[in-house]
Write a new protein. Structure first.
Length: 157
């Protein structure tokens, strides 16, 4: 995937987390993910599809980062992963992917979004909708780390 496709994932992530959770994540360099296993302890997965594009966006958090983010969002003091944390990951996945959808739509890449699926557990094997490489971008806040991963295939080419 080229920078025009990767940049919306980075900017949407930064925008949503800065606005909704008052955190300022630092983005790492995009890399090709070497495997298809879930990275963090809580993961949101959302499918993207049209008659030309198909793929997934995955948002995966370590425990300290998601606790900080959700506590900031909800004004709570959660100390462990629970149903509210998992639900918040689904909402964050929706919001970030919605921003990506708008930005890619502005580039002529139109697609629909599925309902997010949330996964609790680290190292779970995930099957991709496409054979496209999975691009992973690590983010860091003082409390922890999270990643956003995307694989999109353009079937029009």
């Amino acid at each position: 995937m080229d920078a025009n496709i990767i940049n919306p994932f980075i900017s949407s992530t930064m925008n949503v987390l800065t606005t909704m959770a008052s955190v300022n994540p630092t983005a790492g360099k995009p890399t090709v993910k070497p495997d298809n296993k879930s990275w963090g302890v809580v993961t949101g997965i959302i499918g993207l599809a049209s008659n030309k594009i198909r793929g997934t966006m995955i948002l995966s958090f370590d425990e300290p980062s998601i606790l900080k983010i959700v506590n900031n969002m909800l004004g709570e003091n959660y100390t462990a992963i629970n149903d509210e944390i998992v639900d918040a990951v689904g909402e964050l996945t929706n919001m970030i992917c919605g921003g990506v959808k708008k930005q890619l739509g502005d580039l002529g890449m139109l697609f629909d979004l599925a309902t997010p699926l949330m996964l609790v557990g680290q190292g779970v094997e995930l099957k991709s909708l496409t054979k496209a490489p999975i691009i992973s971008i690590a983010f860091e806040i003082p409390e922890g780390k999270f990643v956003i991963e995307a694989n999109l295939a353009d079937f029009a080419k």
